[in-house]
Design a protein around this ligand. Structure first.
Ligand code: CTP
Ligand code: MG
Length: 503
């Protein structure tokens, strides 16, 4: 069976007749099903944007609930539809002639080849970012998945919204990154106390709980159950309710996104906005963050598995801190952004001051003309010799502070200032990061690393510059590679246990 689906702005998904007219909408994205499972529909998924809601409604009228012999179905009418192939239609790709855009990033060896063809390190950094950043289609797909999940949550909370946060929307998202979402119940009408009429006040009769955390846990628990039982395409739902920030983790199969759904996590929305702002202030911010994230991933400094590794969020804050420390600074401190804030920017969440300016035009930048190549080299030098044993990284002040606790790596949470965002990181992982910074800094000083490749080996250009830094055989050295081989599953399991204890 071949199938494809489509989406509209009003977030309607349906399966389009392969190669047929979309009639009511325009196609904005198509991609191969990333997760193929036994019995799962295969083929091309198409996202279609409709001009109006009515078109969607008329399409839905044509949809039927499938009757599958020997199988029962939950008759949950989601907006994720599939068109069954009847008769002898050609495959969707043959008929539509559509080019499927990749919605996942290319493998690292492909990237290394691509970068080796560039003529300067600055161009390599730009090319890496352009290769890995989220496409517009992928971003839209993320909003779409939020809206589909919102439909399910709305069965209990009709006015709720589900919004993306984290790297899906902060400007630092890489193709294939997870989809972090927040279930927002703050926008539900009636939250603000109304002036009583004639001395009478009318209130909703609500269930009470011991704490806000308990409310969040029970809401997520029920929604998790609902996604698991009724959510089309939602598989592997895990309830991680005892974490500092309770969440549901699952895969959304049709989009291929790994999803984390939290609730009552407004500070994370503010940190997403802050990262977005920094990324917009100077293009070098995003370029450097992408490069450092990619370099870290290539050497196993970061991982998709939770554990004692440095996270992408921590790495991003480290890059921001480094850029604040340039002379002249490339980006301002968070305290400076707070001083520029207007009355409408004031935001205090659970006692944490999350205020910072939202009007970008008020921010005056200093004139720093360093190139990406210089910044990359300096970044590695900076962290190769940073006093991690004594000092904490602090983007609020833009200056290192004395460490308030004895964890190997201390990076102050920008808004919840008593928290360390890298509490999970153990000494081994920090040492690996520092050693890699030292080696990368050294490599970038070697003339052979700095010379664009003139000849190719068997059709592939010889890696140089940034491409060399991504090669596992170059950076990481023989000594540390041997060490990694000697510490297999046991180290990973220990790290995982440590992080679970802390979460
Ligand atoms: N966050 C936070 N404190 C932490 C970890 C995360 O405030 N200790 C917030 C940040 O806003 C972060 C978001 O939660 O951007 C999502 O976390 P995570 O998925 O770990 O990081 P991302 O920035 O989304 O990066 P990735 O691409 O690795 O998912
Ligand atoms: Mg994320």
């Amino acid at each position: 069976m071949a199938s494809s689906f489509a989406v509209c702005r009003w977030t309607q998904i349906f399966v389009r007749r392969p190669g047929g007219e979309t009639r009511t909408g325009r196609e904005i994205c198509s991609h191969q099903l990333p997760l193929q499972r036994e019995n799962a529909p295969q083929g091309t998924h198409v996202v279609v944007e409709f001009a109006n809601r009515e078109s969607v409604a008329s399409l839905l009228e044509e949809a039927a609930i499938p009757s599958i012999s020997h199988e029962a179905v939950v008759p949950f009418k989601s907006r994720l539809l599939s068109l069954k192939k009847l008769g002898s239609l050609d495959s969707p790709n043959q008929q539509s002639g559509q080019q499927c855009k990749p919605q996942t990033s290319i493998p690292i060896n492909e990237l290394i080849k691509r970068l080796s063809r560039e003529e300067s390190i600055d161009q390599q950094v730009t090319s890496l970012t352009e290769t890995y950043q989220l496409t517009e289609e992928n971003s839209r797909l993320r909003f779409l998945v939020c809206s589909l999940l919102q439909d399910i949550a709305a069965a209990y909370f009709p006015e709720c919204t589900i919004k993306p946060f984290g790297s899906s929307v902060n400007g630092f998202g890489k193709l294939g990154c997870d989809l972090d979402m927040i279930l927002d119940l703050d926008g539900i009408s009636g939250r603000k106390a109304k002036t009583p009429k004639g001395g009478l006040s009318l209130e909703y009769n609500l269930k009470r709980a011991n704490s806000e955390r308990a409310v969040t846990q029970s809401i997520l628990s029920v929604i998790g159950e609902c996604l698991d039982q009724f959510g089309p395409g939602c598989v592997g739902v895990q309830k991680i309710l005892n974490a500092r920030c309770p969440l549901l983790r699952f895969a959304h199969q049709p989009s291929g996104f790994q999803c984390d759904l939290t609730a009552n996590n407004r500070v994370a929305i503010k940190s997403t906005e802050l990262l977005y702002l920094y990324g917009e202030l100077d293009p070098r911010v995003r370029f450097l963050v992408f490069t450092v994230r990619c370099w870290a991933r290539a050497h196993g400094i970061t991982s998709s598995i939770p554990g004692a590794w440095i996270t992408n969020f921590s790495l991003t804050v480290m890059v921001l801190f480094f850029l604040q420390k340039r002379s002249p600074a490339i980006i301002p401190t968070l305290d400076h952004l707070k001083n520029l804030a207007g009355p409408a920017d004031k935001s205090v969440i659970e006692g944490n001051d999350c205020t910072f300016v939202s009007d970008f035009s008020k921010i005056q930048l200093q004139s720093n003309t360093e190139t990406l190549e210089q910044l990359l080299r300096e970044f590695f030098e900076f962290y190769a010799s940073f006093a991690f044993n004594k000092m904490s990284i602090n983007i609020r002040k833009g200056k290192e502070q004395n460490k308030p606790e004895v964890t190997p790596l201390h990076i102050q949470n920008p808004f919840e200032t008593s928290l360390n965002i890298s509490k999970n990181v153990n000494a081994t992982q920090l040492d690996r990061f520092v050693a890699l910074c030292q080696e990368s800094s050294w490599l970038l000083q070697q003339s052979e690393t700095n010379t664009p490749s003139l000849h190719s080996k068997g059709g592939s250009p010889t890696p140089w510059g940034l491409a060399t830094l991504l090669l596992p055989s170059q950076v990481g050295g023989i000594k540390s590679r041997k060490k990694r081989r000697l510490e297999p599953a046991s180290v990973r399991i220990k790290s995982l246990l440590e992080s679970l204890k802390k979460s």
